[in-house]
Design a protein around this ligand. Structure first.
Ligand SMILES: Cc1cc2nc3c(=O)[nH]c(=O)nc-3n(C[C@H](O)[C@H](O)[C@H](O)COP(=O)(O)OP(=O)(O)OC[C@H]3O[C@@H](n4cnc5c(N)ncnc54)[C@H](O)[C@@H]3O)c2cc1C
Length: 376
């Protein structure tokens, strides 16, 4: 056995750009596997979509498509991380029952036994689509910050607050230039900049990550602990005007309900702090909330937040994970769309395996390779 430390190759130095859930999970699993990791974030950790999401996760809802194994592996990792990090206390990890309903101006209050008590409005019952074994919620910002806390404390991840301006691949490593003239060197770099990934000049000509804006409100029921762990996927049929709208209701028991609305593609602003909610969309969410539940009408709630976040999306609606064509040792992990909170942990493991071992075993990354966009 070789016990001489001078004969071991030095650990790989990896720069991870972006402090959303994908960058943080990648940094965590890279450092856990022995890499020396620097994480670069321009504003605050989980200040973008990773702090604004509903953060519903499901074992089975991507079954039958190319995202199935990523979803299943990641849901199981969320379960084991929740045990390891005391997720129910530290970031609101909460297994729950999930159901569908339809909402309409002409519906009468439904008395179905599958509806939780607080869903007592103008709704028609749909079906149960998830159980506490297959569906859960986390608080996305707390999850991301808890994981980073462990990465820093136990695995020595260094966090740098700076805006990445460019990335260059050189003979003996990578060079990341940040604002203010700073340079961070490494053996490899992972770009996990969410919707801002293809704003980097080196990436913009290769593929596009666009941003879909989604609104959310968090309402606190003022009169007692009435909100039970039931996630509700609603379809709202307005009396006139637009077609159906699909708001999601995610409880944060015992008093809060997070509600998020439909998505619309927008120009990507400079940074996450420039993503603002539109009054009309917020009002629509508040109106539907009052139709779904008397516990959520104006007089019975305190508004805790009204926000919008940008989901990073790709042209074929699959994430982009792999080495950037023409840029050796420069990797990308972005475009996780509607399911980025679910996909975070398995994406982090897959990227760590790819960067350090040359291939991922947890999921097959072939169908997520950025090469699929280059040359088209
Ligand atoms: C309202 C809403 C509800 C959602 N609900 C769910 C859900 O229920 N379940 C689910 O699984 N997913 C959900 N999602 C999707 C999920 O939130 C995203 O897919 C995921 O957060 C994307 O993570 P990310 O790390 O790729 O991007 P981001 O969270 O956007 O992180 C990218 C980070 O990069 C930083 N950055 C950008 N440019 C630079 C630069 N030049 N230099 C340094 N740093 C930079 C940004 O500041 C940001 O912190 C939802 C999203 C939204 C908006």
């Amino acid at each position: 056995m070789d016990d001489n430390p001078s004969n071991h190759p030095p650990p790989k130095r990896v720069v991870v750009c972006g402090g959303g859930i994908i960058g943080v999970c990648t940094a965590y699993f890279l450092a856990k596997k022995g890499a020396v990791v620097t994480l670069v974030e321009r504003s605050s950790i989980a200040g973008g979509a990773s702090g604004k999401a509903g953060a519903f996760i499901a074992l089975h809802m991507c079954d039958g498509g190319p995202l199935s194994s990523l979803a299943r592996a990641s849901f199981n990792l969320h379960c084991s991380l929740a045990k390891e990090l005391d997720g129910s206390q530290s970031y609101g990890y909460c297994p729950l029952t999930t159901l569908t309903i339809s909402v309409g101006e002409s519906e009468l209050p439904s008395k179905s036994p599958i509806l939780p008590l607080w869903v007592d409005g103008q709704v028609k019952t749909g079906e149960i689509i998830g159980t506490p074994e297959t569906t859960a919620l986390v608080h996305p910002q707390l999850f991301t910050r808890t994981l980073l806390g462990k990465a820093v404390a136990e695995y020595g991840v260094e966090v740098v607050t700076a805006k990445v301006e460019s990335v260059a691949v050189e003979e003996d490593g990578v060079v990341v230039k940040v604002d203010g003239g700073g340079i961070i060197g490494g053996d490899a770099v992972v770009l996990a900049l969410g919707p801002w990934t293809s704003k980097l000049p080196e990436i913009s000509s290769k593929f596009r990550v666009h941003g879909k804006k989604v609104h959310s409100v968090v309402l606190e029921h003022k009169h007692g602990d009435a909100i039970t762990p039931h996630a509700v996927f609603a379809t709202y049929y307005p009396a006139q005007g637009t077609g159906p709208i699909d708001p999601d209701f995610f409880p944060r028991p015992p008093r809060d309900v997070y509600i998020c609305g439909p998505s619309v593609q927008v120009e990507i602003p400079d940074g996450p702090e420039s993503v603002f909610p539109d009054l009309e969309s917020i009002q629509m969410l508040r109106r539907v909330a009052g139709m779904v539940s008397s516990y959520l009408v104006e007089d019975n709630v305190r508004v805790k937040s009204e926000e919008a976040g940008l989901m990073p999306c790709t042209d074929d609606e699959l994430p982009i994970m792999g080495e950037v064509p023409g840029m050796k040792r420069c990797y990308v992990a972005s475009g996780h769309g509607y399911w980025g909170i679910l996909f975070g942990p398995a994406s982090g493991v897959a990227m760590a395996e790819l960067v350090l071992d040359g291939h991922a075993t947890i999921v097959d990354l072939d169908c997520f390779s950025p090469a699929r966009f280059v040359g088209n």
